[in-house]
Ligand binder design. Structure first.
Ligand SMILES: Nc1ncnc2c1ncn2[C@@H]1O[C@H](COP(=O)(O)OP(=O)(O)O)[C@@H](O)[C@H]1O
Ligand SMILES: Cc1ncsc1CCOP(=O)(O)O
Ligand SMILES: [Mg+2]
Length: 273
């Protein structure tokens, strides 16, 4: 692993997830919901997709983290998200927000900014375009996908992190995680992750699981990002053609379940900027 100033061991966070089997409450989109549940299980955590407004407030207290993904949001979801965020903030349960589609849809930007302003969000996680649009920057996306090269993204992350007093994770070819004045770059992964739907959502619920077992949220998020990147690399190495996207997707679950803390340590490509 390349330089990271703290002497933390990435693999320890995976071990913790497996030992503690944290319950992650997800209110997430209906496109990738099953992939989110399965990647969470494969990592050693427990997913629960509970989204009804009558139920979320009762359910949140059992969770170690709350993952909010607005990819297919509707009126009902919106109410549930507010109720869940309110309860989680009050109980100091970490919240991760994934602003899917915010580039194209103004009301999604407004919702996410409102959540960041009024609730205790541990991490806002989006692709480069989503993160830039939340900072009011010009960017380029297509539907749920980013077409942004990531130019100036470190500055944008820092601005948002300071403005909302939260961690910011921007994803793309490289992933940057910023907390206050610290930005860490993770260079694991493969472009194939961008060719299946759900890689961003799976990353979002995974980092929620990792945050849920740790008192160091920055290190936990790094371990979650590296895990996703490495299983993408291993899945790519296992297929015979880059058009085997179905096999690639399935292999991601296989390699996540088989991932060891040693592998995490060995292949993690992390540096402090
Ligand atoms: N070109 C790439 N090279 C390496 N990893 C990538 C690439 N594109 C996406 N990823 C990885 O795929 C995951 C999802 O990122 P991204 O595609 O930016 O999010 P989203 O699916 O939300 O648009 C992240 O772990 C990211 O590192
Ligand atoms: C295609 C699509 N449409 C609404 S949500 C969604 C999934 C987005 O997944 P990801 O952000 O992981 O690419
Ligand atoms: Mg996404």
């Amino acid at each position: 692993m390349s330089s990271f100033k703290s002497n933390f061991k990435l693999g320890d966070y995976l071990t913790l997830v497996r030992q503690e089997n944290p319950l992650v409450h997800a209110i997430t989109n209906h496109v990738t919901i099953n992939d989110c549940a399965n990647i969470t299980l494969a990592a050693g955590a427990s997913p629960a997709m509970c989204e009804s407004k009558e139920e979320v407030s009762d359910f949140v207290p059992f969770a170690k983290a709350l993952y909010i993904n607005i990819g297919t949001i509707n009126k009902e979801h919106k109410k549930s998200i507010y109720l869940a965020a309110e309860k989680a903030s009050r109980l100091e349960i970490p919240i991760v927000v994934d602003p899917v589609g915010a580039v194209a849809i103004k009301s999604r930007q407004d919702l996410v900014k409102d959540l960041l302003t009024n609730y205790s969000v541990s991490c806002i996680k989006g692709n480069n375009a989503e993160i830039k649009c939340l900072a009011g920057r010009r960017t380029h996306g297509k539907g749920m996908d980013s077409l942004d090269t990531g130019k100036d993204i470190q500055m944008v992350n820092s601005e948002l992190s300071e403005k909302y007093n939260t961690m910011v994770l921007s994803t793309g070819k490289t992933d940057l995680i910023t907390k206050g004045s610290t930005t860490v770059k993770v260079s694991n992964g493969t472009p194939l992750l961008g060719r299946i739907t759900g890689s961003g959502c799976m990353l979002g619920i995974l980092i929620s699981a990792f945050i849920g077992v740790s008192d160091n949220d920055l290190e936990a998020v790094i371990a979650g990002i590296v895990s996703m990147g490495i299983v993408g690399e291993l899945a790519e190495e296992s297929i015979s053609s880059t058009t085997d996207l179905g096999s690639f997707r399935v292999k991601i679950f296989d390699y996540m379940a088989a991932l060891t803390s040693e592998k995490l340590q060995e292949r993690g490509n992390v540096s402090v900027l």
